[in-house]
Design a protein around this ligand. Structure first.
Ligand SMILES: Cc1cc2nc3c(=O)[nH]c(=O)nc-3n(C[C@H](O)[C@H](O)[C@H](O)COP(=O)(O)OP(=O)(O)OC[C@H]3O[C@@H](n4cnc5c(N)ncnc54)[C@H](O)[C@@H]3O)c2cc1C
Length: 402
């Protein structure tokens, strides 16, 4: 391979480019990114950037010097619009095309919006640095009333940060408790309680019928007709993998770019890999296809997929991580490792939810499937290791974590 193109200039794409150079690839690396900014880190957007504590400089993933060292052909501020697998070209929105011998797809995900919702001042989603700066400015106004739609991780972080900034915050969640699909009902309730204890108005089991306002957002109308006045509405109802540009390319798209266990896109003859939020791959650790929307996976899969692309299909290695993520809400660091189902068995093995410091394990069919910790990072790591080893439920329960 002499020319490798990376589409998506964020965490997974950058890690892929770095892995190629680290492995001694000295051909051309073209990196195409829809945003005009150099790659930056997204987790601080709902935390320090929204809090007004960090500026643009603090979130850069690498300094400018590093891009010089990597010797990348950076095409920023231009979107890829199509892929022709047979011709080995990527079409860009500026009318140019990029030829490739190998391709890394790392286009991430885009926030979902509420159906039929108008685009008006005061209505936000949060994915980009510009979203975060705009939202931070809006909630910084004295007496700001914020309604967050969706109590997932991003919605919950937004609620916590806005509350800390002195805004009056209401969180609307369609499910009976937040995060029930990820953490199950009991732990979802514990997460919801964080908001309640801090004085955030959490309303579960409610739908949103409309967001109304003349010039800008003024209120949210609930599906039961009740209204909540708002200056700012943040919609955090999940993301969709950014695959529209691949429609018609012949790649298999199934809520993400479908890949094998080595991150090669199905049917791409070992020339195309995908990584990060956009990739659905067969994870041998789980024994099933999965897509992960978290930082650690984007970093590790970007690195792994790029190395596999260079190695070629025969020498490529399976990508079998134990999924991991964290979320910072109020004074709590929430961390989760594994892949449990909402109805898995759970057991409290350390601390107490009332103290906001604990570890809970998830298990099914005699196996450990996941572990959740509130502000207990060291203890959680023990279970991360056990999960990687495929430990039994009994072994996990018997583990001393101090
Ligand atoms: C506000 C926020 C807070 C988060 N907090 C946490 C956290 O606390 N813990 C955690 O584990 N994870 C967190 N995450 C998730 C984590 O940031 C993502 O998993 C990670 O950014 C995924 O990286 P990626 O490179 O796969 O995709 P992305 O970061 O989404 O990057 C994809 C890039 O591709 C570009 N692109 C898309 N389509 C095209 C196209 N057609 N042509 C060219 N470029 C294109 C996009 O503009 C974007 O720059 C958070 C995410 C957000 C948004």
């Amino acid at each position: 391979m002499r020319t490798i193109t990376v589409v998506g200039a964020s965490l997974a794409g950058l890690r892929a480019a770095e892995a190629l150079r680290q492995k001694g690839f000295d051909g051309t690396i073209t990196v195409v990114g829809a945003e005009s900014r150099l790659p930056y880190d997204r987790p601080p957007l709902s935390k320090q950037v929204l809090a007004g504590e960090w500026g643009v400089d603090r979130v850069q993933l690498r300094d400018e010097e590093r891009y010089g060292e990597l010797d990348l052909d950076l095409r920023l501020g231009v979107r890829a619009t199509g892929l022709d697998v047979a011709a080995s070209t990527v079409a860009l929105a500026d009318g140019t095309t990029v030829l490739f011998d190998g391709l890394v797809i790392a286009t991430g995900a885009s926030p979902r919006v509420l159906p039929g919702m108008p685009d008006m001042p005061g209505l936000f989603t949060l994915r980009t640095l510009d979203d975060a700066i705009g939202l931070s400015d809006a909630v910084g106004r004295p007496g700001c009333r914020v309604v967050v739609v969706g109590a997932g991780f991003i919605g919950s972080e937004v609620a916590a940060t806005c509350h800390r900034r002195g805004a009056t915050v209401t969180v609307l969640e369609a499910l009976p408790v937040p995060l029930a699909r990820v953490l199950g009902g009991e732990m979802g309730k514990v997460c919801g309680q964080l908001h309640v204890d801090e004085g955030v108005d959490l309303r579960c089991g409610v739908g949103v019928a409309a967001v109304e306002g003349d010039e800008r957002v003024e209120r949210v109308v609930l599906s039961d007709g009740r209204k909540i006045d708002a200056d700012v509405v943040v919609v955090g109802v999940g993301v969709s993998p950014a695959t529209a540009w691949l429609d018609g390319s012949g790649l298999a798209l199934r809520d993400g770019v479908l890949c094998d266990d080595r991150c090669f896109a199905a049917g791409s003859a070992g020339r195309i890999v995908a990584a990060g939020d956009v990739a659905r791959w067969h994870n041998p650790w789980l024994g099933a296809d999965m897509r992960v929307e978290h930082w650690t996976n984007a970093a590790e899969q970007g690195d792994h997929a790029a190395k596999n692309l260079l190695a070629g299909p025969d020498a490529a290695e399976p990508y079998a991580p134990v999924p991991f993520f964290w979320s910072d809400q109020y004074d709590v660091k929430i961390q989760y490792v594994g892949h449990s189902a909402p109805d898995d068995e759970i057991a409290l093995v350390h601390g107490s939810p009332a103290d906001r410091k604990f570890v809970v394990l998830y298990g099914r069919d005699g196996r450990l499937t996941g572990a959740l910790a509130f502000s207990r990072p060291r203890q959680l790591m023990t279970y991360r290791r056990l999960l990687a080893e495929g430990a039994s439920w009994e072994t996990a329960l018997a583990q001393e974590v101090g």
